[in-house]
Structures are given as structure tokens and as C-alpha cells.
Design a protein around this ligand. Structure first.
Ligand code: UDP
Length: 323
């Protein structure tokens, strides 16, 4: 039995990962400050003797040290996430992402725990060589656009993780998540699919930002969780960076149309300028396309996303509208 520590374990992806690890018979401890995570996401696990939790921040060194000392593998998912949150709370974003990762790597090194470090497709920034490959150059916007602070903070996390691997021999795997979706994701921090689904189910206007021609590819959270568990058990992954995503793109306008149709909604589709969408939109730039090359992950663990967007949306709609 392996004992896993999941930072950010009450969050959307972290809680699904905890479910899967408990299901396969392992022991799981999570730490989450419930800033964007929710206790409801883990409520059903608290009576399980193989599940432990601490509601605290990962920068509480005493607590993190104690938890790490009991674990074999750490999934570090705690981070400031969601474009709205990032744009509106840049200090919190930078501090959480950099200081949090520093704290996790330090304790992992102390107890020689393996670390799987969450990064993001945002690190590819405005790169226009599509699809994005792990070793591509990155092109971020100017520092006055605070959206890029998130990418830069995650790049520092990657550098630091790889430095611990190279200099101190700490076993570390870095994964860059592309848009990941599923039940428990909330629209509160700006994520497009839960927002569109809630708007459509309530027959409220669906808010397409900009001209809606920007594209994204969406991955089912269960596929991401399976990939994370495979990566954690594969020694060939150590010291490497992997994209995790889906190859099928859709424009945000087409997404709005599809969500509306699947919800049998009478919602209008509204176009909202970025100025109106974000409080600090003068400092905002969106990305037009964001598509991963997933061949590296496929070659190592045979990764292939199992669900297409329509099926993913149906499951998310059922979650939000159980009747
Ligand atoms: N978006 C939108 N309406 C919303 C929320 C988001 O049109 O209510 C757009 C957003 O501008 C971006 C895309 O949907 O182009 C995906 O946004 P999200 O925040 O989910 O993820 P991102 O890919 O930006 O990290």
C-alpha cells in the first residue's frame, strides 16, 4: 500500500485523484486550505480509515512536515487557479504558487518522497507553434499583463522542481494540464464549461468573451487522474515534463451552441468584451489556441483520452442538473 499526500486535495482535480487512489486500496492524506477547494468534495471520504485530511495552508511548515513524513508520494496540486482569480488577485497568485511549491519540495527532499508537480498549459503563453510540445520555447506577454504572472509563477515551480531533481536527486515528475473539466469544477473562478452549463440550465444568457473564435480542447478529469496515477508509478517519468490534454479543439462560440443544445436551453448567446468580463481587463490578454502534443505521454504510458466533448458535457450537465 502506498501512502499519497495530495496538496489541494479538496479541489476539483485533487478530490477526484483522492477518490481513485482510495478506490485502488491506497492510503491518502490531503491538505487544503479550502480557498478554492471545498470540503463537500471530500466529505464522502472522511470516514474511510485510509483517508486523512488537514485543513491548512501548505505554507504551514510544521503541518506540512508532519504530513510529508508519513507519505511516499506527493501530488502537489495546491495552487492559485482560475483566470478570474488570477487576474483579480495577482499578489496571492504569485505568492501561493511560488512559496507553496518551495515548501513542498523542501519537505519532499527531507523525507525523500517522490513529487508529481502540477503545472499548466499557460506556460506555453502566446507560443504559436501548434501543437505545444514539452520542449518548445515559451513566449509570455509583457509583465504589465498580470495574466502572465500565473504562467511565470508556474515556470519558476518547474525550474525549481527540475533543479531539485538535477542537484539533489529528488524524484520529480512535472505535468502540464490543459483545460480539464468534470463534476465538482466550479464556474466561480472563471472556468468556461461550468459557467456555460449553469447559464444554459437557468436559461440565462451564455457569456462568450471576445469574439468567441478562440479555441480550446477539453479533457475529462477521469482521464487526467488515470494519467497521473500511471505517471506516479513509472520510473521513466522521473525528471521529465509531460503535457496532459485532448487533441480535439472547439471554438468558444461553438461550445456555447453545443452546451445550449445539450441543455435544451432557451438561453441567448451573448458576446461580452474582455473589458466587461474582467475587472482589470486593460491588463488582460487571451490565448487564441491551446492544443497539446500528447505523444510523449502516449509513448510512456499509452495515454489516450477516452471521452469526447459531447460525452463529457453530458456528464457535467447531469451533475449540475440531476433531475
Ligand atoms: N470564457 C468565456 N466565457 C466565460 C468564461 C470563459 O467565453 O464565461 C472563455 C475565456 O475567455 C477563454 C475560454 O473561455 O477564451 C476558456 O476559459 P477558461 O477560464 O475556462 O480557461 P483558460 O483556457 O482561459 O485557462
Amino acid at each position: 500500500m502506498t501512502h499519497y499526500l495530495i496538496t489541494g486535495g479538496a479541489g476539483f482535480i485533487g478530490s477526484h485523484l483522492a477518490d481513485a487512489l482510495i478506490k485502488q486500496g491506497d492510503e491518502v492524506t490531503i491538505i487544503d486550505d479550502l480557498s478554492t477547494g471545498r470540503f463537500e468534495n471530500i466529505q464522502h471520504l472522511v470516514d474511510n480509515p485510509r483517508f486523512n485530511f488537514a485543513i491548512d495552508t501548505i505554507t504551514n511548515e510544521v503541518v506540512l512536515d508532519r504530513l510529508a513524513s508519513m507519505c511516499d508520494v506527493i501530488f502537489h496540486l495546491a495552487a492559485a487557479v482560475g483566470v478570474r482569480l488570477i487576474v483579480e488577485n495577482p499578489v496571492h497568485t504569485i505568492e501561493t504558487n511560488i512559496m507553496g511549491t518551495e515548501a513542498v519540495l523542501k519537505v519532499a527532499q527531507r523525507y525523500r518522497a517522490k513529487v508529481l508537480l502540477a503545472s499548466t498549459s499557460e506556460v506555453y503563453g502566446k507560443g504559436n507553434r501548434i501543437p505545444f510540445r514539452e520542449n518548445d520555447d515559451v513566449l509570455l506577454g509583457a509583465t504589465i499583463y498580470n495574466r502572465w504572472a500565473y504562467a511565470a509563477s508556474k515556470m519558476i515551480d518547474e525550474f525549481l522542481g527540475l533543479a531539485y531533481y538535477q542537484e539533489k536527486g529528488l524524484p520529480i515528475v512535472i505535468f502540464r494540464l490543459f483545460n480539464t473539466v468534470g463534476p465538482r469544477q466550479t464556474g466561480q473562478y472563471g472556468m468556461v464549461i461550468p459557467r456555460f452549463v449553469n447559464q444554459a440550465l437557468n436559461n440565462e444568457p451564455i457569456s462568450v468573451y471576445g469574439d468567441g473564435k478562440q479555441q480550446r480542447s477539453f479533457t475529462w478529469v477521469g482521464d487526467v487522474v488515470d494519467a497521473l496515477i500511471s505517471l506516479s508509478g513509472n520510473s521513466g517519468a522521473i525528471g521529465q515534463v509531460f503535457n496532459i490534454g485532448h487533441l480535439k479543439e472547439i471554438s468558444i462560440y461553438e461550445l456555447a451552441v453545443l452546451v445550449k443544445e445539450l441543455c435544451k436551453s432557451s438561453s441567448e448567446i451573448d458576446f461580452i468584451s474582455y473589458e466587461d468580463a474582467y475587472a482589470d481587463a486593460g491588463n488582460f490578454e487571451d490565448m487564441q489556441r491551446r492544443l497539446p502534443d500528447i505523444s510523449k505521454l502516449n509513448e510512456l504510458i499509452g495515454y489516450q483520452p477516452t471521452l469526447d466533448l459531447k460525452e463529457i458535457l453530458k456528464r457535467i450537465i447531469d451533475y449540475h442538473n440531476p433531475n
